[in-house]
Design a protein around this ligand. Structure first.
Ligand code: COA
Length: 260
């Protein structure tokens, strides 16, 4: 298949997708998101492909964000739809792909660009890369999973700081944070990704697909912890243990819990 905004190169077992809008620093517009979805779907079906690498064209940017010119005049309803559709077509889609997807972050990965890198199974960066979620500087928040995946990868405090300051971190700092696994020179970036991909190719694709599912399962929010806490907290008020515990406290004696 041929695409307008991306290029797909097929190696022996490794496919490389290059986002190719260098004049716009590879910003993700509607067409790019759709094309990435189609290419990834096709590569997932292709039995010869074992690993997928995603990178950006040019030397400056991986992806400098969602294409701001496309959503600057959106209503609340359209904004919600943009995030929901993007997450479904691309970000959640990549995270749950049955084949490993590596982000080769070759420059700016900002906003939707960092969210794209974070949706990939892991990340390798070039030493000139800069990463950040600048959305609050635009009066919006990350909408392609950034508020969820960044805390998963770097911890809540670091994610809060990155999101609130809208600042960029260097490749080295991203490595210290655990946001990227390795840093290489720009020339060495793709060769390093291929080297890692080759190691992956030695292993069982079926087992790898199960491992992806199992790892992802640990991060699924099917239960809301805070709601769970409120429910459980209330339930305690109906127990004999609670009656005994509070009564004992008020009577200034040691509790003798009935266990019911
Ligand atoms: N959406 C749309 N266009 C974008 C873009 C984006 N996210 N990021 C860059 N571009 C475009 C610029 O408008 C410019 O287009 P033009 O030449 O037609 O004017 C072109 O890409 C080059 O960008 P420019 O800003 O001139 O490059 P720079 O080297 O001065 O700055 C950045 C690089 C990455 C710091 C800057 O482009 C930037 O801040 N981009 C937006 C990042 C962002 O906020 N992303 C989150 C979006 S939710």
């Amino acid at each position: 298949m041929s695409y307008e905004t991306i290029q797909v190169a097929l190696g022996e077992a490794v496919a490389t997708i290059t986002i190719n809008r260098p004049k716009k620093l590879n910003a993700l517009n509607r067409e790019t998101i759709q094309e990435l979805h189609e290419a990834l779907s096709e590569l997932e079906q292709d039995a010869d492909v074992k690993v997928i690498i995603i990178t950006g064209s040019g030397e400056k940017a991986f992806v400098a964000g969602a294409d701001i010119s496309e959503f600057a005049d959106f209503s609340v309803k359209k904004g919600k739809k943009l995030a929901a559709k993007g997450q479904e077509l691309l970000f959640d889609f990549i995270e749950n792909l049955s084949k490993p997807v590596i982000a080769a972050v070759n420059g700016f990965a900002l906003g939707g660009g960092l969210e794209l890198a974070m949706a990939c199974h892991f990340r390798v960066a070039s030493d000139n890369a800069k990463m950040g979620l600048p959305e609050v500087s635009l009066g919006v928040i990350p909408g392609y999973g950034g508020t969820q995946r960044l805390p998963q990868l770097v911890g809540k405090g670091r994610a809060m700081e990155m999101i609130m300051t809208a600042g960029m971190i260097s490749a080295e700092q991203a490595k210290n944070y655990g946001l990227v696994n390795h840093v290489a020179t720009q020339e060495e970036l793709l060769p390093l990704c291929h080297k890692i991909a080759e190691k992956i190719c030695n292993n069982s694709p079926v087992a790898i697909s199960h491992a992806i599912k199992a790892v992802n399962a640990g991060f699924m929010n099917t239960v809301n912890g805070y709601e769970q806490e409120i429910e459980a907290f209330g339930t305690c008020f109906g127990t004999d243990d609670f009656a005994e515990g509070t009564t004992a406290f008020l009577e200034k004696r040691k509790a003798d819990f009935p266990g019911s």
